[in-house]
Design a protein around this ligand. Sequence first.
Ligand SMILES: NC(=O)c1ccc[n+]([C@@H]2O[C@H](COP(=O)([O-])OP(=O)(O)OC[C@H]3O[C@@H](n4cnc5c(N)ncnc54)[C@H](OP(=O)(O)O)[C@@H]3O)[C@@H](O)[C@H]2O)c1
Length: 395
Amino acid sequence: MNHLIQVQKLNDEALGQILRELAELAFQARFNVAPNPCVGAAVLSRGQIVGRGIHHYWGGPHAEVEALKQAASSSTPMGEWDTMVVTLEPCSSTGKTPPCVDAVLESGIKHVVLGSLDPDPRHRGRAVELLESAGVEVTVLNPGLGPNYPWGLPDLAQHFLDWNQVERLRRPRPWNIAKWAQTRTGQLTPPEDIGEGRWISGPDSLAEVQVLRGRVDAIVTGIGTVKTDDPRLSVRAPGDVSKPPMRVVFDSYLHMSPEARMLEPVAPSALDAGQEAAGPVVIFTRPGPEPVRTRELMAKGAEIVALPPDDDGCLSLWAASEWLWQRGVRRSLLESGPTLVKSFMEHNLVDQVRVYSGDVSGGRGTSLASLLAGGRPKARLHRECGPDGVLEYFR
Ligand SMILES: NC(=O)c1ccc[n+]([C@@H]2O[C@H](COP(=O)([O-])OP(=O)(O)OC[C@H]3O[C@@H](n4cnc5c(N)ncnc54)[C@H](OP(=O)(O)O)[C@@H]3O)[C@@H](O)[C@H]2O)c1
């Protein structure tokens, strides 16, 4: 793209103002994008913003691509776009989406202003090099990652900085989101006479959970939940049914029934209509002979994986995490009863929490209220979803 216009440079104060506005927008999506960073981008023409975008959800288009898309639908022709402002160095490798640096280069933009360099040592500075070697001028406002301007990376995406620390990169595992619905007293099972003894949250919350299921690689539960609720753990509309996540059950003694609903195929009518889809079933269990049950479950399509026990005699959650990582699971949703949630928490394997509090008094089973009271929640958000209260935070 041959640009005929001059790049109009803004001063640092004006750029800081744009970055702050983009950062505030991007931060609103923090729980949908994690473990990715919150990123906002804008395309400018002669000092005016002609397209804005943020990274909305994990696996979805990045902020730069969204901003370029919005600019393309503006009345300003591509040949007049001169600058891109983006809160974080664009990605330069293919992940869930193609590298953003390619999209920036294709747009013909001549000046890129970055809020911060990529903190990941494997990628840091690479996009800058690629852009500069293609003749694009790059200005980095905050090379040291410190808070040089309000809403620097530590404010905007501390979860991403923590997730990219060297010690964690050495032992890779999926990002785990623990999600549950609880009564006012923190119990995950309502009184028997409410919600068929099973449902705590309302239809809006249930629909949100389907969307969340469509944006993870695995849904994890324990045999306690399978025995009591017999869930399908499928993805249903409005969730994205195009790549249904793997369904994982922790079941030390292979108590799972071959008749469990999880092992039934999705009804062809729902599948064909794009209303429901279900991923493969994996059962983590102890090593040891359960040949008949193993055969029955495998005949129903389940994969049986033997895991070593931990020091406490339970299936090793770390070994499970490593197995899941090897299988390509990067973002995982824990939808179990209180026993497995507590285990994951105690092993520091929960990165993000989403709790729906229903308008229900009392309840049965262990309360997780004390779990919510402890720890140091980060970037906490309280919101409403229909009649339910929702609490989200990073651990
Ligand atoms: N409100 C909600 O969001 C929600 C969600 C799900 C379930 N629930 C409710 O929760 C209740 C079931 O609770 P639950 O605590 O029994 O079920 P759970 O947490 O789903 O499953 C617990 C079982 O998982 C197995 N397990 C295997 N490895 C483990 C490990 N490393 N750490 C911990 N457990 C491990 C254990 O059985 P083995 O020793 O036999 O392997 C353990 O008893 C039901 O009433 C259900 O309706 C509520």
